[in-house]
Design a protein around this ligand. Structure first.
Ligand code: C5P
Length: 224
């Protein structure tokens, strides 16, 4: 079997990560959550009071930031590490979500993350999800999927997820956060979120999870 790169892009909260993870598991591929990387950088900036307009400190910080992923057997999930510390739960909190789009619009931040992402996928057989994977990180990916979902449906799903992690969040606030991030992500100068011309559009508003995973796995099988 030929190994390929699968790029999954789309709006915030469309279920890209959980879908990508399940696709990777079925194909026995590696999985890289690029949103988690931008979230980890955001957390570092918040904790170290780094202003996003201060390019000297931004660059200094980027040299000190080391992001990695490690599988947690007990929890059955991949977890994000920032300079050796497990930050998986912290980076999902709303205060990080509120600031991540501003941080990810910084060109130096993007350059640093993109080069790390390319290194991580050196050996093929990778599913990577984000905003610019099919357009910038891997323009030659053999399979590109662009996911969309109605914003209210996205918000209801996220609210449930946050609640399961013990964070009660207001539905309107979540909708506002998604809309704000959608706007910032699609209108920014650096690698704006857009569907690559050769990406396959997948609207998951009325698909259940198993079906959306199967769609992508079937598309992958057609390529390998
Ligand atoms: O995927 P997730 O919602 O966790 O991503 C958080 C934020 O990181 C996005 O709203 C976006 O601003 C940024 N991001 C990005 N490029 C990527 C992945 C995420 O700019 N490849």
């Amino acid at each position: 079997n030929k190994k390929i790169v699968i790029a999954i892009d789309g709006f915030s909260g469309c279920g890209k990560s959980s879908t990508a993870k399940a696709v990777a598991a079925q194909l026995n591929y590696g999985y890289i959550d690029t949103g988690a990387m931008y979230r980890a950088v955001t957390l570092y900036f918040v904790e170290n009071h780094i202003s996003i307009t201060d390019s000297k400190h931004v660059n200094e910080a980027l040299r000190k930031i080391e992001i990695s992923f490690k599988y947690n057997d007990k929890k059955g999930r991949n977890e994000t590490y920032l300079n050796g510390l497990n930050v998986e739960d912290e980076i999902r909190k709303m205060y990080v979500s509120d600031q991540v789009s501003e941080v990810s619009a910084i060109v130096e931040v993007r350059n640093a993350m993109v080069s790390q992402q390319r290194k991580m996928a050196k050996s093929k057989g990778i599913v990577m999800d984000g905003r610019d994977i099919g357009t910038v990180v891997f323009p030659d990916a053999e399979l590109k999927v662009f996911m969309t979902t109605d914003v209210k449906v996205r918000a209801e799903r996220r609210q449930k997820e946050l609640l399961e992690q013990g964070e009660a969040a207001n539905l309107d606030e979540i909708i506002e956060n998604f809309k704000k991030r959608d706007h910032l992500d699609t209108t920014r100068k650096q690698s704006p979120l857009r569907k690559a011309d050769d990406a396959i559009a997948l609207d998951t508003t009325s698909l259940n999870f198993e079906d959306q995973v199967k769609r992508i796995v079937d598309l992958a099988f057609a390529k390998i």
